[in-house]
Structures are given as C-alpha cells and as structure tokens.
Design a protein around this ligand. Structure first.
Ligand code: FE2
Length: 319
C-alpha cells in the first residue's frame, strides 16, 4: 500500500486564467524566457479555449506554468480570498539584479521585498496575477537553454504558490492530514508548508485575508485556477484519492487523462483547487518530437478531427 504521508512530492504545474493568448505568450516566452512546450486547448467543455504550456527544454515537472487565455470567452475571474493569489518562480539569488533590469526594460513595474527571509522581485502578469521571482541557491533544475534569457540567470521552475485563505487552521489540517505537508515557517498571518524534500518547487504559503470577498471558481480572466502536484504513479494517486475521501474530502474527482499526464482534482477547504498528477512516461513528447516540441498546435481529444474549426475559432496567435 502506498504511503500517503509522503505521496505529494512537488509541484507539477501551476495553471492560470489569463487575458489574450498573444499577451500571455509574449510575457512568458519573450519577457520571462520560458519555452513554449505545448500549444493545445482545454480538454474539458464544448467551447474551445487555448491551453498553453511553458517550462524548461523538456517541460519537466515543477518547471511548468500553463494558461487558459480567457479574453475570447468574455469571462472575468472573481478574485478574493480562498483562492491561490500568486506564484513564485525560482532564480539564482545572484540573478535578481539581472531580472530587476530586464523587467524594467520591458516596462514592468517591479517591487523588491523579502518574505520569510527570501529576497524577491514582485511584479504582475499583464492580466494582473501576482508573480514573484525568488532568489535561491542550489536549484538544480535546468532553465530553458535556448530562449532570450541566458541560461545561467534563467528561471529554474516553480518556487511556491501563495494561497489566500480565511482561516489558516483549516488549511493546516488539509496540508498535514491530507497533502503530505508539514508546517515549516510562520509569521504575521502567513504559514508556509512544504512537501517532499522541501525547498523550491515544493512550497505552499497560506496568507490570512478574511477581510476579502469569497473568490469565484469559474474559469475567468485574471485568476490562478489551480496548482498540480506530482505523485509517483497511478497506485499512489489512487491511494491519495482514497485517503482524502477517508478523512472527509469526498469531492475528489475521478482520474482524468490530460494527454501528457493523468490527474485527480480536489477542492481544499479554502476553495483553492489542487491536483495530484502522474506524468506519462513520454510526457510532452507523446505527440511531437523534441526538435519540434511546442511548435505546432495539438488538437485535444475532445475536438478530435476538428483542427480546421479550432484554428479558425481560436484567436490568432503569432509565434
Ligand atoms: Fe492542471
């Protein structure tokens, strides 16, 4: 039987609902220097929505930020508490000066801050989602090697997420009893949990913001939609689902095939959506070779045989 107390290993991907596809694509590839590792569409629903994946050369787990451009749908996300509000990405601590200048050159307003002893640069995605580049040492995940940002100062991958909540204690119960987490730091209404070996790619911060309105759950521009965490295999994933259901989180989804990985989804008690993901052995190379990775649009199964319709329906995207 799988040990569910250690099942959640690290982030797999963080998924956002953004504005236009072009604005998002340019921000992630031209400003942040991430690789476009997949261009496809949302696997759910009856109306096509782009699904764009960004990461390092192979799109390794915990280097991935993925986006649903929502402007075309006309739906705007409802921000508030009980929702993931920010993502933190990891760079070398010696690279913060480079990034401060680079972001300024691109007209992006940057704020320097220090949170839980970590130096960081705070800025926002064009759609308003909060980002922070956090300076760390010893992150061995390889940044994208062929982008506009030199590899030695490139983004290593995710560092953490920040989840706004009404009640920190409710989340402590979920993280420790259900999500293989442990409380590692606490200050001024902020609690940091880490999974797996801890450190970059394994951090979940909760901040108490009870004064804010309840956030919405619908896909809509300007919100973080969910965070996926890597689990080792299907047996572990099945055990995580059974364990969560056994302690009272009965709304865990069935396993869903997302083409490049398979996932289960659960609402945390705050409402932020978490996902436990098993990568397929082929990963992003399942439908295109490494040399072509991310270069052409991949039709999702729900719209199989409708490539021409999808291309004509979805907003134009230059890449
Ligand atoms: Fe996901």
């Amino acid at each position: 039987m799988s040990d569910t107390s250690t099942a959640i290993e690290r982030h797999h991907h963080i998924t956002l609902c953004v504005g236009t596809a072009q604005e998002d694509y340019d921000f992630h590839t031209k400003v942040l220097g991430l690789k476009s590792v997949k261009k496809t569409a949302l696997y759910d629903g009856d109306v096509p929505i782009y699904h764009l994946y960004y990461g390092n050369d192979h799109g390794a787990e915990s280097t991935l930020v993925t986006t649903f451009p929502m402007r075309q749908s006309g739906r705007v996300g409802r921000r508030g508490t009980n929702q993931t509000k920010a993502l933190m990405l990891s760079v070398a601590d010696t690279a913060l000066g480079y990034w401060r200048a680079r972001l300024a050159d691109h007209g992006i307003e940057v704020r320097e801050s220090e949170v839980l002893g970590e130096k960081r640069l705070e800025f926002t995605h064009p759609c308003g989602i909060e980002y922070a580049l956090v300076g760390v040492t010893g992150d061995d995940r390889s940044p994208h090697s062929a982008g506009p940002v030199p590899q030695e100062v490139g983004i290593h991958g995710t560092h953490g997420i920040t989840v706004s909540v009404r009640d920190l204690d409710l989340l402590a119960d979920f993280m420790t009893a259900g999500w293989s987490g442990r409380l590692t730091e606490e200050e001024h209404g902020r609690a940091r949990f880490e999974v797996g070996a801890g450190g970059s790619g394994r951090i979940v911060d909760f901040v108490a913001e009870p004064q804010l309105d309840q956030a919405g759950w619908m896909y809509g521009e300007g919100i973080v939609h969910h965070t996926a965490f890597e689990v080792a295999d299907y047996d572990t994933q099945t055990a995580v689902k059974a364990h969560l259901e056994g302690i009272g989180f009965t709304d865990v989804s069935e396993r869903k095939d997302r083409g490049y990985f398979e996932s289960i989804y659960v609402r945390t008690p705050a409402g932020a959506l978490f996902e436990a993901t098993v990568s397929k052995p082929e990963g992003f190379l399942i439908d295109e070779p490494y040399e072509e990775l991310g270069r052409s649009f991949q039709v999702p199964p729900v719209f199989a045989g409708q490539r021409d319709f999808l291309i004509s329906y979805l907003e134009p995207l230059e890449y």
